[in-house]
Design a protein around this ligand. Structure first.
Ligand SMILES: CC(C)(COP(=O)(O)OP(=O)(O)OC[C@H]1O[C@@H](n2cnc3c(N)ncnc32)[C@H](O)[C@@H]1OP(=O)(O)O)[C@@H](O)C(=O)NCCC(=O)NCCS
Length: 331
């Protein structure tokens, strides 16, 4: 059976930098509060005209160039996002079209911040089973157009950014590299702990003036509950992955945690007992880009020479749903 190797990485973030100081113009907050509670200093927000599909396309082109492949080499697309350009169809087919591909399948994944790890799990199963040989996996998010950028929404508005990350996955017969395993979970009891209530197909019309007045089209979150579950589930699912492969924390060369909040990542690192140089953090520059955080951080890690052949890479995510998951990859 082949295994799944990551042979190319790419990312795209919008040019517009939004600093914490800029946010103080729209809401009652401060650079000090944001940095202390989240580690975020700035994030990127799209300007008019940019779409999730276009950001995904730019990240994908970079990943394909990195892999020295052409779009025509792709057999399937898996795309994670909670902020599609349209209610339907998903961004996957728009990306397929914009890459000039004619009939390859495009699957959209709705697992929020865990979208990339969930997508990796699906793509890896496809590749190992022989169904597809080369899969383009993308995480992309436009959060900025859906946030309540006022004091009412400040707990969430300061956290999120926009961006896209992509990887090219392909079958390898090389036993010494590739995805060792993926582990994914969810717990729908907490579905409303971090969610956006409207628009909703449960209602006719799907969104009303009253919904908008009440701010139901904005995401809401019970931050402390998210924090508490994230710092428990993330170390737990890393340990699950290690145990499944007969490995130990000390074997990990690089951990890329979903960039939700620097305090969450630091606590996960502390609970696992990993030193600073083995953990990737870039939330200070991009905020939480949801499904895109891991592939963006991975693309940056590759370019800053933090990953070498044979290294053990661990990805771990947690997010709305709740959903969470991990992956171990021999680089
Ligand atoms: C959001 C989060 C940073 C808030 O930190 P916290 O220590 O829990 O802070 P609290 O919610 O207790 O709020 C403390 C105070 O700060 C205020 N506050 C909230 N957001 C603020 C902001 N952006 N600026 C200034 N003050 C803010 C609150 O209103 C509250 O004021 P009060 O004490 O007068 O009521 C934290 O809960 C968190 O990181 N949760 C996880 C979020 C996350 O990662 N979500 C994505 C998951 S994928």
């Amino acid at each position: 059976m082949p295994s799944t190797a990551i042979v190319g990485t790419g990312f795209y973030v919008p040019e517009r930098v939004v600093t914490n100081d800029e946010l103080t113009r729209y809401m009652d907050t401060s650079d000090e509060w944001i940095v202390e509670r989240t580690g975020i200093r700035e994030r990127r927000w799209v300007t008019d005209g940019m779409s999730g599909t276009e950001m995904a396309r730019r990240a994908s082109v970079m990943a394909l160039e990195d892999a020295r492949m052409a779009a025509a080499d792709i057999d399937a697309i898996v795309l994670g996002t909670l902020s599609p350009d349209h209610f339907f169809p998903g961004n996957g087919v728009f990306l397929q079209r914009d890459l000039g591909l004619e009939s390859v399948p495009a699957l959209d994944i709705r697992a929020q911040c865990s979208g990339f790890v969930y997508g990796l799990s699906v793509a890896d199963a496809w590749i190992r089973s022989g169904q597809f040989r080369t899969v383009l996996l993308v995480g992309v998010e436009i959060q900025s157009t859906g946030l309540d950028i006022s004091t009412r929404g400040r707990d969430l508005a300061v956290l999120f950014g926009d961006g896209a990350g992509a990887v090219v996955l392909t079958a390898t017969e090389d036993d010494d590299r590739g995805v060792l395993s993926t582990h994914i979970h969810s717990d729908g009891r907490y579905a409303e702990t971090l969610w956006t209530e409207a628009a909703s197909s449960r209602k006719n019309p799907r969104i009303s003036a009253e919904d908008i007045e009440a701010g139901r089209h904005f995401p809401t979150m019970t931050g402390k509950d998210v924090f508490k579950h994230a710092v428990t589930r993330m170390p737990e699912v890393v340990q699950e992955a290690l145990a499944a492969n007969d490995l130990e924390v000390a074997d990990i060369d690089l951990l890329i945690p979903h960039q939700a909040n620097l305090r969450i990542s630091k606590m996960v690192q502390h609970r696992l007992g990993l030193p600073d140089h083995k953990v990737v953090n870039n939330i200070d520059r991009y905020g939480n880009t949801t499904a895109a955080t891991i592939p963006i951080a991975l693309a940056e890690a590759v370019r800053s020479d933090r990953l070498h052949a044979g290294d053990l890479l661990c990805l771990v995510a947690f997010g709305s749903g709740f959903t969470w998951g991990s992956a171990l990859i021999r680089w």
